[in-house]
Design a protein around this ligand. Sequence first.
Ligand SMILES: *[C@@H]1O[C@H](CO)[C@@H](O)[C@H](O)[C@H]1NC(C)=O
Ligand SMILES: *[C@@H]1O[C@H](CO)[C@@H](O)[C@H](O)[C@H]1NC(C)=O
Ligand SMILES: *[C@@H]1O[C@H](CO)[C@@H](O)[C@H](O)[C@H]1NC(C)=O
Ligand SMILES: *[C@@H]1O[C@H](CO)[C@@H](O)[C@H](O)[C@H]1NC(C)=O
Length: 260
Amino acid sequence: MGWVVPLLLFVLVGVYGEPQVPCVFIFSDSLSENGNNNNLPTLAKFNYKPYGIDFINGPTGRPTNSRNAVDILTQLLGFENFIPPFANTSGSDILKGVNYASAAAGIRPESGSNYVLREFGLRECLLVGLGLIGCTPHAKSTNGLNVSSPSCVEDVNAAVSMFNDKLKSLADQLNQRFSADSKYIFINSTEGARDLASGFAVPYDPCCLIQNNGLCVPDQMPCQNRSEYLFWDGFHTTDVVNKIIATATYNVLLSSMFNA
Ligand SMILES: *[C@@H]1O[C@H](CO)[C@@H](O)[C@H](O)[C@H]1NC(C)=O
Ligand SMILES: *[C@@H]1O[C@H](CO)[C@@H](O)[C@H](O)[C@H]1NC(C)=O
Ligand SMILES: *[C@@H]1O[C@H](CO)[C@@H](O)[C@H](O)[C@H]1NC(C)=O
Ligand SMILES: *[C@@H]1O[C@H](CO)[C@@H](O)[C@H](O)[C@H]1NC(C)=O
């Protein structure tokens, strides 16, 4: 189903300042979802408990226990508030950016954002590749593998790898074509992903009780010690893992900006 496909890309524009970039535009799938689907006719919603159990105001539509990686990345960049979901953006909100991420659904960038992108000049564009989808609890359980074991659905990971190779060559091509005014940075999300498991007491099982579709069963108590789990539900990672991902991404972005 559509929401299996994680973060595709997000866009950072602008020059240095406070925050370190003036605005962030996010184009992605469920990994960066922060509420766009709440009022859409789709099953890919995360606005019910136990999602958001560690978030200030409870479930918001983020597919994790607290923040997603883009939330943490924008905090690291110095933004006071999270980038609002497209569904909730109006007026001058757009000046700091918009989150178009939508699990499974078809939100498209509006002409408004194209205008802003041109006005400020696109500077840095992160193309974040797919992660190891074949290692998610949902992929494992639907393919008859033992969810608690380190085994993964390797043909799914082979497809991920093909996709990422193409995304990387797209980034290379874009860099050649637009070298004067923008930089495209490919981020390899599969790099080191398997090693991450060794840092977690529970590296394979999800923290919440999952339904057949991989999402949390509504209103069930999740695991208590959430920082010891890598997976939150059948697809998505916990806040602690999102922090690791965001920090790595931030470091790549910083080194790119300072080598401009
Ligand atoms: C959207 O705005 C409404 C009204 O301010 C608020 O209650 C809701 O939580 C917001 N949704 C998201 C996903 O931020
Ligand atoms: C699944 O894997 C875990 C961890 O390797 C193991 O302890 C457990 O016995 C396995 N379960 C089955 C049904 O094979
Ligand atoms: C991403 O990293 C993995 C693991 O190191 C590597 O096998 C793969 O070739 C890399 N993909 C790209 C597109 O660089
Ligand atoms: C998490 O908490 C449970 C219940 O307190 C405990 O049994 C378990 O050992 C803790 N650690 C892990 C990794 O599950």
